[in-house]
Design a protein around this ligand. Structure first.
Ligand code: FAD
Length: 378
């Protein structure tokens, strides 16, 4: 070993969230030696705080390409790393005629990945108290975000990837990393630190307009739910967010009606959606607030609004909902959906700068490694 370094590898990765782990998978698949450094003692960032919804069927453009590739890789990880997964697709519940029209327009352009379903089936599969119809998003997957990253770490270790947790990266130069536990030499370095790109590469972060988005989340037991949710459930509010819906001509009518009808949801920028964990509890979210630093003080009003929406959606009295947990998530946001740059030779900065990293991160990582090395199959 060269005396200047404590460790030398082909690829060093900063960040053990889904984006960093995706790069580790892509690198080890190419027969490379890989070392991952993360400053926390286990994955603890956005990757464990989300819904676990790989919303493959509602993307567009580059995000769609990365999502489709991610889907293949998630399925492989299910089999090889033993991940829990629901692979029967996701659902959108339309609760007004304009939502159903916009959904039909969306589905008409995606005949292989979206199927319209009737009102009764929508209510049965999503738990919605009332629905005028819905869509089945055939390619969507659901992971358990609390377990998946840890299981992927264990799987990658079994394939020879080494990890240094509780180790912060302080400076990065071409071919070397300085960490709080020594120096690492690497041919290629991937920096997958989500919003903390502004700490390690402040000029690049500023050029991309990267900021932080804070989100309020809860986990709720809903005793009145008589059947499990068949998959992740999106609502009309979700249709306003995901790029795949953007060109539906009726979407504007949906937006105007929802914004006028619920100014509180609009002000909190809520994406009303639900995923059910294996223990039956339901992840409920989420609000959105953007800033350079996210205040840790979560407003009780946000949680009241989320519970009000949940009671209304499932037709349950709010007093029967049992809140199990509340938490705050944070992810990077910027005008572009992805930040992929090589600011120094062999140093690749990769961040998903909107809330779709579970959907796209694995595929994006595979693309980055394919451009440095060779593409590989699934
Ligand atoms: C509440 C919420 C709900 C979401 N829902 C969904 C969803 O349903 N579907 C979906 O597709 N996406 C969703 N997302 C987005 C998704 O979770 C993120 O896009 C994704 O997890 C980002 O992964 P990452 O690896 O970039 O970040 P992270 O998981 O945050 O990992 C970054 C890692 O970098 C480490 N790090 C930072 N700086 C340093 C340093 N200097 N040295 C060493 N380590 C460092 C951190 O410790 C951290 O572990 C949601 C996000 C949130 C917060």
């Amino acid at each position: 070993m060269a005396k200047d370094f404590d460790r030398i590898v082909d690829v060093a990765i900063v960040g053990a969230g889904i984006v960093g782990l995706g790069h580790a998978l892509a690198a080890v698949d190419r027969g490379l030696s890989v070392h991952v450094v993360d400053r926390t003692s286990r994955p603890n960032g956005s990757t464990i705080r989300n819904f676990g919804h790989a919303c493959i069927s509602v993307q567009s453009g580059a995000a769609q390409v990365y999502a489709d590739r991610s889907r293949q890789l998630w399925l492989r990880l299910r089999d090889e790393a033993g991940l829990w997964m629901r692979d029967g697709g996701g659902y959108v519940a339309a609760r007004a005629d304009d939502e159903l029209r916009a959904l039909s327009e969306f589905a008409a352009r995606r005949p292989t990945s979206v199927e319209m379903i009737g009102a009764d089936d929508t209510a049965r599969l999503t738990g919605a108290a009332s629905a005028v119809g819905g869509a089945h998003l055939l390619d969507d997957l659901q992971l358990n975000p609390r377990e998946a990253a840890g299981q992927i770490v264990a799987y990658l270790e079994s394939r020879g990837v080494t990890f240094a947790f509780a180790t912060a990266v302080r400076t990065i130069r071409s071919g070397r990393l300085h960490t709080t536990r020594g120096r690492i030499g690497a041919d290629q370095i991937v920096v997958a630190v989500n919003y903390d790109v502004d700490q390690l590469f402040p000029d690049l972060s500023a050029a991309y307009g990267v900021r932080r988005c804070g989100l309020d989340m809860m986990r709720v037991r809903i005793p009145g739910l008589t059947a499990p949710l068949a998959g992740p459930v999106l609502t009309g509010w979700s249709m306003l967010r995901y790029s795949g819906f953007a060109t539906a001509p009726s979407l504007e009518a949906v937006r105007e009606r929802l914004w006028a009808g619920d100014p509180e949801f609009r002000a909190l920028d809520i994406n009303q959606m639900y995923t059910q964990l294996p223990d039956g509890t339901v992840i409920v979210g989420d609000t959105h607030y953007r800033d350079d630093a996210i205040a840790p003080f979560q407003s009780e009003g946000s949680f009241d609004a989320l519970l009000r929406g949940t009671a209304d959606f499932f037709g349950q009295p709010a007093s029967t909902l049992e809140v199990v947990e509340r938490w705050q998530g944070v992810y990077a946001v910027a005008p572009e959906e992805f930040l992929v740059e090589e600011p120094l030779d062999g140093v690749h900065v990769v961040s998903v700068t909107t809330g779709i990293g579970m959907t796209t991160g694995l595929g994006l990582a595979d693309r980055v490694l394919s451009e440095i090395y060779e593409p590989v199959g699934v």
